[in-house]
Design a protein around this ligand. Structure first.
Ligand SMILES: Nc1nc2c(c(=O)[nH]1)N[C@H]1C(S)=C(S)[C@@H](COP(=O)(O)OP(=O)(O)OC[C@H]3O[C@@H](n4cnc5c(=O)[nH]c(N)nc54)[C@H](O)[C@@H]3O)O[C@H]1N2
Ligand SMILES: Nc1nc2c(c(=O)[nH]1)N[C@H]1C(S)=C(S)[C@@H](COP(=O)(O)OP(=O)(O)OC[C@H]3O[C@@H](n4cnc5c(=O)[nH]c(N)nc54)[C@H](O)[C@@H]3O)O[C@H]1N2
Ligand SMILES: [Mo]
Length: 760
């Protein structure tokens, strides 16, 4: 068996287990965020920086994409936002001495946690073919090397340009423009592994691949269903919104295989009651569903609405298409199918159906628990069916709420980071920039890995992120990356993707959200779009970690000039120095951005238009909101196996590990744990505290093994197990992806348990 990538240090990884908690935030959260900020930044810098998070004139939190309220609290950040800020604004530095000391081979043995703890990257570094060490290189040389490798390709489609969702609108727009002027749509992004299933389902059914609600809608809703999401850890500021909604009378239902502390009860750290009291009970009804059972649950609700004639007939007649076919299919659904797929008691589903029929205004929120399944797209289409049935789209207090991950992942897509751009977008680019953008589709993340593996992709360029750690099938992906001619990473921090390289590799350090971005034409700000389609500005004020560091936008523009040549008539130098000039172009190319430079300077920014939300107009193929017919399926798990979901702990941001604790789930000091229901554990002979290997089973017969996981008895829904990402990405087969969206099925991996092969 090939050696396992050391995603965590087995030596340091000794998890201890206590009972899970039943409430999120409160005083401990304040303590944790301040401690982590102090450690990385020192007290003065910590306070000055944190008070600028999510404020007008300040910077957008590099954590999640949850929107800011109209009047932000003075401390409009959460424990995990503070950690994300501390991680970036740290005073630790990686210099050339670090790379001289540590050969790449040694760095490849280090854990992701250790790499991230070394500090901010400070100068461009080059790994020459055959060399053991990265060595310093000037910006001019670094850019020239990339340009040289790109121009040497037989076709621009032999390059792939990845984006992680922290990239600003300005950098993203310049980046996709560069890729397309070069001649490729190979623009894979983290969204391919994240909310792609939401986009696919929503574009087909509603015509817009984004959420249709604002914060105000949440405050007005009667019923909010949170399915497949753990906001207490991943979107903590959402808890404040849910708390406010509850005060205004909303009922909150959570649908999850795990009882997540953050959804049970919330102690709002922004007020005294939350700091010392019992906090607010958030979840009124908890449905502990089996992994992948959501399609069946929403189908059952739809059948109940039809049976009770709770349909908004006027809305359906005027605005929808395909109702009859959908209704005929829904009526066929049997209770036995639903109970088997969901694992829920019939009475709970009936209770939720009663709540639904009682509620005028309903919102469904979801995240990775819905999107990372084989049948993710049909599941989300069924959620849309559910909302359409009672007219819950395009009126106050109601709608679809896919809760995005990275802070600008939605904006990056709006700016054209997409391997399958619409013709309308490409036409607008052609017109504005007087060229012919390529029309053939490019590669998404999974197809990029296949392309590198098969030798079709030779240059891999990443605007942020940690591609080899975030993608599935770690050993396959790492081998694929090593086949490239050149791998380039524009990054703030060191990570695994810098040490698993092509023949040549470059690390290009860049400014983060918190850093001042000063060009010869003065201080620049950037813009981002949150999960609810609000575009606003973001400006860092901290002294950059090293002199001469370039912004992402400047790097792209220099690269474009070097690659496309002096003859390219676009003013890349102006774009790099004065972001207003880029925003003028965006205003003419992207719908909703007219007057961009004026509107974005207003406090709070501006909302992008959204047909379904604003006027119940649905820009779909039929011109109406589409009901869909979705075959009822659920994951099948052979006897003696469990279905594994890979999720986040409370101390990580995707592949960035902040610490080894998962406080709310009662796990401390380690990450190699697998959470199993005690009844399943008994059947499988797994003892609490024992160590096992996780072995995934997939039709290709290849062995995928993650050794040495501590068994933790935990109240997860029967038949399922949970373990942390990215340690378990090695188990997710590259070809196991969602239908239509091609998103890796990170929440549905069939595993068996074997004896621990690496006892410590
Ligand atoms: N602090 C912090 N914040 C983050 C991130 C981070 O890593 N750390 N990551 C950011 C990013 S990029 C994203 S995409 C989001 C991710 O936000 P989440 O989607 O909340 O992240 P996960 O940890 O993957 O949690 C998935 C949740 O869905 C549940 N679940 C899993 N499978 C199913 C299922 O089949 N049905 C149902 N109903 N539930 C299921 C899990 O039990 C878990 O509660 O958070 C963003 N914010
Ligand atoms: N098994 C499993 N796999 C998953 C998931 C899962 O739930 N389970 N979730 C998936 C999801 S939802 C996502 S979004 C992806 C995330 O995939 P990515 O976005 O690729 O991964 P991150 O860990 O967020 O990237 C972290 C790195 O980004 C760099 N960085 C941070 N800030 C900046 C910046 O401002 N500029 C630049 N240029 N670089 C910066 C730092 O170097 C840091 O090491 O992972 C996916 N993979
Ligand atoms: Mo994500």
């Amino acid at each position: 068996m090939a050696k396992q990538a050391p995603q965590s240090d087995p030596a340091q990884d000794a998890p201890a287990v206590a009972a899970p908690q039943h409430a999120a935030a409160g005083l401990p959260a304040v303590g944790h965020s301040l401690r982590m900020a102090n450690e990385q930044m020192g007290p003065r810098r910590a306070l000055a920086t944190l008070l600028k998070v999510n404020q007008h004139g300040g910077f957008d939190c590099p954590g999640c994409a949850w929107p800011e309220p109209d009047k932000p609290h003075t401390a409009e950040f959460c424990e995990n936002g503070a950690k994300a800020v501390a991680e970036e604004a740290t005073e630790r530095r990686i210099t050339r001495a670090f790379f001289a000391e540590h050969p790449v081979g040694e760095l490849a043995e280090r854990s992701g946690y250790w790499l991230g703890q070394q500090g901010r990257l400070t100068e461009p570094m080059l790994l020459e073919e055959g060399a053991d060490h990265y060595t310093p290189v000037s910006w001019e040389q670094a850019i020239a090397i990339v340009a040289e490798e790109l121009t040497a390709l037989d076709s621009p489609d032999e390059a792939a340009f990845y984006t992680s969702g922290r990239t600003s609108n300005e950098a993203a727009f310049a980046y996709q423009l560069f890729a397309r002027r070069l001649g490729t749509n190979n623009l894979p992004d983290c969204s391919n592994m994240c909310h792609e299933s939401s986009g696919s389902a929503l574009v087909e059914t509603l015509g817009v691949g984004k959420g249709s609600v604002s914060l105000k809608d949440l405050y007005q809703a009667d019923l909010i269903i949170v399915a497949g999401q753990n906001p207490g850890t991943n979107h903590p500021r959402m808890l404040s919104a849910l708390e406010r909604a509850k005060r205004a009378g909303a009922t909150v239902v959570s649908v999850n295989p795990l009882p997540e502390a953050g959804l049970e009860r919330f102690k709002n750290p922004q007020n005294a009651r939350g700091l010392v009291g019992h906090g607010t009970k958030l979840t009124d009804l908890f449905l502990q569903i089996r992994l992948g059972g959501d399609l069946a649950l929403f189908r059952a609700l739809n059948k109940a609405i039809l049976a009770a004639d709770g349909v908004d007939h006027a809305f359906v007649a005027e605005h929808c298409h395909g109702f009859e076919e959908f209704a005929a299919e829904a009526e066929q659904t049997t209770q036995a199918e639903v109970l088997a797929a969901t694992g829920l008691p019939a009475e709970q589903i009936e209770e939720l159906a009663r709540l639904v029929l009682k509620s005028e205004k309903i919102i469904v929120c979801w995240a990775m628990g819905l999107t990372q399944h084989k049948h993710a797209v049909p599941t989300i289409r069924e959620v849309v069916n559910f909302l359409l049935l009672r007219g819950n789209v395009g009126r106050p207090g109601a709608g679809v709420c896919p809760v995005r991950g990275h802070s600008n992942v939605q904006g990056d897509r709006t700016m054209g980071i997409f391997e399958r751009p619409s013709t309308a977008f490409l036409d607008a680019l052609d017109k504005e920039f007087d060229f012919a953008a390529p029309r053939h589709h490019g590669l998404d993340s999974v197809d990029t890995i296949r392309g590198m593996r098969d030798g079709r992709v030779k240059v891999f360029f990443a605007m942020g992120g940690n591609f080899v750690a975030a993608t599935p099938d770690t050993l396959v992906t790492e081998a694929a990356m090593r086949r490239c001619r050149l791998t380039v990473h524009v990054s703030t921090k060191l990570n695994r993707s810098h040490v698993v390289t092509g023949a040549r590799a470059l690390i290009l350090p860049t400014l983060g959200r918190t850093d001042r971005d000063r060009t010869p034409r003065g201080d620049q700000f950037v813009t981002v779009e949150d999960s609810m389609g609000i575009v606003h500005s973001s400006q860092g004020r901290l002294r950059p970690p090293a002199p001469g560091l370039l912004s992402e936008t400047a790097i792209v523009c220099r690269l474009a000039r070097a690659t496309l040549g002096a003859g390219d008539q676009l003013p890349w130098e102006d774009f790099a120095d004065d972001y207003d000039t880029l925003r003028e172009r965006i205003a003419r190319v992207v719908p909703g951005f007219a007057d961009f430079n004026t509107k974005v300077r207003k406090a709070g920014g501006f909302a992008l238009p959204h047909g379904p939300r604003d006027s119940r107009s649905f820009p779909t193929a039929t011109g109406k909101a589409n009901f869909t017919v979705n075959a009822l399926t659920a994951p099948e798990v052979p006897a003696g196996r469990l279905l594994l979901q890979t999720l986040r702990s409370h101390d990580q941001y995707n592949t960035t590990i902040y610490g080894l604790d998962d406080r709310y789930r009662g796990i401390t000091g380690g990450r190699r744990v697998v959470l199993v229901n005690p009844a399943d554990a008994a059947e499988l002979g797994l003892t609490e505290g024992g160590y096992v290997d996780l072995v995934s089973e997939w039709r290709d017969g290849v062995e995928r093994r993650a050794p040495h996981f501590r068994v933790v008895h935990y109240p997860v829904a029967r038949g399922g197990a949970a373990a942390y990402y990215p340690e378990t990405n090695v188990l997710v087969p590259l070809d196991s992806t969602a239908d239509i969206s091609n998103t890796p099925t990170s929440k549905a991996v069939v595993i068996r348990f074997e004896a621990d092969s690496e006892p410590s």
